[in-house]
Design a protein around this ligand. Sequence first.
Ligand code: C2E
Ligand code: MG
Ligand code: MG
Ligand code: MG
Length: 277
Amino acid sequence: YQFYQPKSDSAKTDRFANRGSPQTLTLETRLHYALERNEFEIFYQPKVNLKTGKLTGAEALIRWLHPQDGRISPAEFLPLAEKTGFIVEIDQWVLRTVCQQVKTWQTEGFSAVQVAVNLSGRQFNQPGITERIVEILKQTQLESHLLEIELTESTLVKNVTAAIATLNDLKQLGIQVAIDDFGTGYSSLGYLKQFPFTTLKIDRCFVSNVTADSTSSAIAIAIIQMAQSLNLKVVAEGVETEAEKAFLAQNQCDEIQGYLISPPLPPNQFSQYLTKA
Ligand code: C2E
Ligand code: MG
Ligand code: MG
Ligand code: MG
């Protein structure tokens, strides 16, 4: 596999410095070309049960390999795509590609694996989002319980009534919903509980400090305990060390995801984690 090699700061600045110059395509234009030219791909990062060590699913993460600039991190291009609204097309492509891939693994004889797709606020708050998802599941003939959607708190609080309605529709369909980056937003878990979701993902910033900083470890413990009392599954993201893993196990976290287990992998390498049905 290939780790993300974030370009040096100067390379990053140069790339953005080119924006708007007549000789060079803007990042926005290149984003449009990227979809047409198949420059995007999806990597899959395993999630495992902390007690058994067994694979429980994967998170799908978009990757952009630009022919000249090399790998461009989603943290660089997604904010712009979100601003221009192009994220809706990207998210649609990701959903379809992931559903197709999961179906392909099944067809190849692997046991079913659940994959989580990150949805931007723009995409989630589109009218008819449930219908779009249903359409993709139909086209790819994928069972709905194999799809999980990851949303952030800010996505849900934008339009509370509509979000609750959409989440109820997804629940009816058997699609799982996770709150991503939990702990970094402004809403309390009590407030968030009005939204019907199934999983909480503890943000990496708390996980990477659990062994060093008592505030982070207190927050991580509090999140795990609250989630348990509300019957939610808790996943810790960004687990990099055995010490973090031990801390999470001791505090009854359900699942972990992070470089300690594996970085995000291209589909052909991820399939080594799958077992034959
Ligand atoms: P996220 O959904 O919170 O995804 C987790 C991020 O943490 C990923 O970064 C992943 O590669 C990284 N990560 C996983 N394990 C570790 C670890 O042990 N240590 C460290 N330092 N990092 C780890 P990535 O792939 O760069 O994605 C960044 C963000 O971009 C994601 O955060 C998500 O918000 C967004 N994103 C990624 N793919 C998509 C997509 O297909 N659609 C949408 N709408 N957003 C996406
Ligand atoms: Mg995520
Ligand atoms: Mg996250
Ligand atoms: Mg994040």
